[in-house]
Design a protein around this ligand. Structure first.
Ligand SMILES: [Fe+2]
Length: 304
C-alpha cells in the first residue's frame, strides 16, 4: 500500500537518563490535546527536557502553526516525522506514501494543503533541522526513538503484524527497545530480547470508542524500565469545532469524538475486530535480553 521512504539517519544521543520520561507523538495540529498533555507532564513533575516527541506535530487538526510553535517553545527533544520532513522540503503531500486516489490519499491531501499554507518558513526550517532518531539509555536498557520504523520514516506498523515484520527492523539496530509512532495505535510487543513500543497519538484517538488519546511514560526501575501506556482525556469539543469551522475533513471530527477512524477498513483485521472497545494497558516491566526475556513472558503486553 505504501512506498516506504528510506532515511539517512541523523541520531541525537541523550545519553543516560535516570528519571521518568514521557514519550509522545502525533500531536496532529490538535492544540487542545497538546495543552492537556503538557499539563499532564507538569502534574507528573516531568520537565520538558524529559519529554520526547516521536514526530508528526502537524496533521489533521486546525492548529498547525500553533502546535509547531508550542513544540518549539517547549524545547523538548523531538524527531522528524514524515510531516515535518515534507513541510521542510516544501513537498506537495504528507509523505505517507498512500496510493493515488485512495481514501487515505484524498483525505490527507485536504489537511496537508491546509497545513502547508499556515506554517511559517522559520518553523518549517526548524522542523527540518530535527534529528531522524533519538537514542538514550535507562536502567541498563538502550532505547531508539524512531517515527515509523528504523528503516523508513513512513512505515506503518500497527501492532498485530507478524513477528517477522518487527524482527526485520529490530535486527538493524543495536538497541534493546524501539519506540515508534506514525501509525497512531498504542501497543507494546516483546520479541526475543528486544521490544517495540508505539505510544499511540496525542492528536487523535485509537478507535476505541472514546475521545481519549495516548502517550507513554518510561520509569527506571532497580532492574530495567517500567513501560506505561496512558490515556489522555482532554477538552476535545473545541478542537473538533475548529476543525469543522475550517472545513477540514469530517471523518477526522468523527474520529476525535470517539467514532470510527477514517479508512478503518484498511487497518489490520485484528484492529478492525477490536474497534470501538475501550483500551487499557497494564504496566509492563522491560529488561534487556537473556533472563529478562523469559522473565517477562506472560506479562500483559497487549491491551487488557
Ligand atoms: Fe507519520
Amino acid at each position: 500500500m505504501t512506498a516506504n521512504r528510506i532515511i539517512m539517519t541523523d541520531t541525537r544521543d541523550l545519553g543516560h537518563i535516570d528519571t521518568p520520561v514521557l514519550v509522545f507523538g502525533g500531536v496532529y495540529s490538535n492544540r487542545e490535546a497538546f495543552e492537556a498533555l503538557i499539563a499532564e507532564a507538569e502534574r507528573l513533575a516531568i520537565p520538558p527536557q524529559r519529554m520526547i516527541h516521536t514526530g508528526d506535530i502537524i496533521a489533521y487538526g486546525a492548529d498547525p502553526q500553533a502546535c509547531a510553535q508550542m513544540l518549539c517553545d517547549l524545547g523538548c527533544p523531538a524527531i522528524k516525522g514524515n510531516v515535518e520532513q515534507q513541510l521542510a522540503d516544501g513537498a506537495l503531500d504528507c509523505g505517507c506514501g498512500f496510493e493515488e486516489g485512495t481514501g487515505c490519499d484524498l483525505l490527507s491531501a485536504r489537511w496537508y494543503a491546509y497545513a502547508s499554507t499556515r506554517v511559517d518558513q522559520d518553523l518549517c526550517a526548524w522542523m527540518g533541522a530535527m534529528p531522524d532518531h533519538i537514542r538514550f539509555e535507562m536502567a541498563g536498557v538502550s532505547i531508539r526513538v524512531v517515527h515509523g520504523a528504523p528503516s523508513s520514516v513512513n512505515r506503518f506498523l500497527y501492532g498485530p503484524e507478524p513477528d517477522a515484520d518487527f524482527l526485520g527492523e529490530l535486527e538493524t539496530v543495536s538497541e534493546d527497545l524501539v519506540i515508534g509512532g506514525h501509525s497512531g495505535f498504542p501497543f507494546f510487543r516483546k520479541l526475543g530480547g528486544q521490544g517495540w513500543l508505539n505510544t499511540g497519538a496525542v492528536g487523535i484517538p485509537a478507535d476505541d470508542g472514546t475521545p481519549r488519546t495516548w502517550y507513554a511514560v518510561l520509569t527506571p526501575q532497580p532492574e530495567g524500565v517500567k513501560i506505561e501506556l496512558e490515556a489522555l482525556a482532554y477538552d476535545h469539543a473545541p478542537a473538533i469545532a475548529k476543525l469543522r469551522a475550517e472545513g477540514l475533513p469530517e471523518p477526522y471530527a468523527i474520529a476525535m469524538e470517539g467514532g470510527p477512524v477514517p479508512n478503518r477498513d484498511t487497518l489490520p483485521a485484528a484492529l478492525q475486530a477490536r474497534a470501538g472497545q475501550e483500551l487499557s494497558f497494564a504496566p509492563v516491566p522491560f529488561e534487556t535480553g537473556g533472563a529478562a526475556a523469559s522473565k517477562i513472558q506472560g506479562m500483559s503486553a497487549v491491551p487488557t
